[in-house]
Design a protein around this ligand. Structure first.
Ligand SMILES: [Fe+2]
Length: 150
């Protein structure tokens, strides 16, 4: 039986490798699509757009199989608080980076970027508020559960 488990783990590991390569490929292919867009090569843009969307879909299919087999990619957790705390910390990092762009754009009198960043940062802030609310909700549920145990 341990041999079967090891064989299954090898399948999961191989799937995770493919998943990693799909995620890695997505970003440069997506950026390439937008370069063709800017250079006004619609045929090339369309091909790269189709590829980057397909890479993302393939990644989903691989990921679902990993979970079906009992695999867990790095960075995921069964603990709700930990999951929301991680999301919150990632969002806060993005928010701080947005602030740097906003400050640099202000310094450069780049009002277009400033305006766009204000919108983007607003969306990130809404997610931060949502993550904090979820964490507070989890805490309240835990407290309620503990009171019931007393
Ligand atoms: Fe895009």
């Amino acid at each position: 039986m341990p041999d079967e488990t090891a064989k299954l783990q090898a399948v999961i590991d191989a799937l995770l490798k493919v998943k990693g390569l799909l995620v890695e490929a997505y970003e440069p292919i997506h950026s390439q699509e937008h370069l063709w867009e800017v250079l006004e090569y619609p045929g090339l843009e369309k091909w790269f757009d189709k590829l980057n969307r397909d890479l993302w879909c393939l990644h989903h299919r691989i990921l679902k199989r990993v979970f079906k087999l009992g695999g867990r990619p790095d960075g995921v957790t069964d603990d709700e608080s930990a999951a929301f705390n991680k999301a919150l910390s990632l969002l806060q990092g993005i928010h701080a980076a947005c602030q740097e762009v906003y400050d640099a754009a202000e310094e450069a009198d780049d009002y277009v970027t400033e305006g766009k960043l204000e919108d983007i940062q607003g969306d990130v802030e809404a997610w931060i508020v949502s993550a904090r609310a979820k964490l507070a909700q989890i805490e309240r549920l835990k407290e309620g559960f503990m009171e019931e145990q007393l």
